[in-house]
Design a protein around this ligand. Structure first.
Ligand SMILES: NC(=O)c1ccc[n+]([C@@H]2O[C@H](COP(=O)([O-])OP(=O)(O)OC[C@H]3O[C@@H](n4cnc5c(N)ncnc54)[C@H](O)[C@@H]3O)[C@@H](O)[C@H]2O)c1
Length: 324
């Protein structure tokens, strides 16, 4: 049986998902919606889908098994509500929204409807992250050093606080998510941020947080979008007798035997798409960031971003580790 998928948002990541889905056996991307007609047509043309100007038209016209939501952060809300109403399985790109309230509301509706969901925290599908997790299971991390030092992406919405939620929520969220996966929940901390006149848009262009984990581990998370290119995007973990340096492309392990580099063998975007489709078909259950799990990361990053923009104290919601 063919799994019929609709795609909302035909930009950079929507196009990548469309290509990786179309490359899977038994999957048809049947409709692509984007208000930018040229983008909808280009992606739809590549994968043999119909192009739509709006997601409502797509949902009206196509009989779908699942919907991919790949809109900018400020675009979340109404499209998921409509898909939930139709009982569709949902793949949602991170971040869940610019704010927490929208994500909490959608999570409650998804939970009530019992829908299958997956969120695009694709680092979770890296084989190198699995290797790191195995090593840390024996020797838990005591310290985390995470940094996303980069240029501002070129898309117009990215440097607008109201549209993206800022760098911590939009981008560094991957690092917070991996840290939660490898070290556990954060219990509190502080964060500061700042803007320079040269910075893009109206977001904080430097931000740093010092956090404590429930395990007792401590962590620092820094981000900046002031650079001309990415210089450091990854997370380091320190454990007794063990150092791990993880990027999206490789893992460097330092232990008593020396220092060795492990390159990733997996395309994590293709892997998350395969896992989602298998779950939609009921063939497998390897979705690693369902909406409820992604919500826990979103609670953390929205609290860190609010602290950096405000009085510095990270006020985690009481629900931080709860299912909903
Ligand atoms: N997992 C990852 O590594 C990863 C990588 C890139 C982007 N993303 C996330 O994906 C989202 C999109 O990023 P992008 O780089 O593809 O942005 P983009 O600007 O390239 O594409 C977004 C597209 O959505 C369209 N759009 C906006 N509102 C819409 C609506 N209501 N209905 C349909 N289409 C709409 C825009 O016209 C645009 O074509 C962001 O939240 C971003 O954080 C995730």
């Amino acid at each position: 049986m063919t799994t019929r998928i609709g795609l909302v948002g035909a930009g950079f990541i929507g196009g990548r998902h469309a290509d990786s889905l179309a490359a899977q056996d038994g999957v048809a991307v049947v409709g692509v919606a984007d208000p930018r007609a040229d983008r909808a047509a280009a992606v739809a043309g590549r994968v043999g889908a119909r192009a739509y100007a709006g997601w409502a038209d797509l949902l009206d016209a196509e009989d779908l098994d699942a919907l991919y939501v790949c809109v900018p952060p400020h675009g979340h809300g109404a499209v998921e509500e409509a898909a939930i109403g139709l009982g569709l399985a949902l793949f949602v790109e991170k971040p869940l929204a610019t704010d927490l309230a929208t994500a909490e509301r959608l999570a409650a509706r998804i939970g009530d409807a019992g829908l299958l969901t997956s969120v695009g925290y694709h680092w979770r599908y890296l084989d190198t992250v699995e290797t790191a997790r195995g090593l840390l299971a024996e020797t838990p991390a005591r310290m985390v050093l995470a940094a996303w030092l980069d240029k501002a992406p070129g898309v117009d919405w990215w440097a607008r606080q109201k549209q993206s939620g800022g760098q911590t929520v939009e981008q560094a969220t991957h690092l917070f998510d991996v840290a939660r996966m490898l070290v556990g929940e954060v219990s509190g901390g502080s964060a500061v941020g700042s803007r320079s006149p040269e910075g893009p848009g109206d977001i904080l262009d430097v931000c740093t947080a010092a956090l404590r984990f429930e395990s007792g581990a401590v962590g620092s998370f820094s981000s900046s979008c002031l650079l001309p290119r990415g210089t450091r995007i990854g997370i380091e973990l320190v454990a007794p007798g063990l150092g791990l340096e993880l990027t999206e492309h490789q893992l460097v392990v330092s232990d008593r035997d020396g220092r060795r580099t492990v390159d990733r063998q997996v395309d994590p975007i293709a892997a998350e798409d395969r896992a989602f489709v298998a779950a939609v078909r009921g063939a497998d259950d390897d979705v690693r960031a369902p909406y409820a799990e992604a919500l826990r990361t979103h609670r953390l990053v929205t609290a860190v971003a609010a602290a950096a923009a405000g009085n510095g104290t990270v006020q985690l919601p009481a629900t931080i580790g709860a299912q909903r």
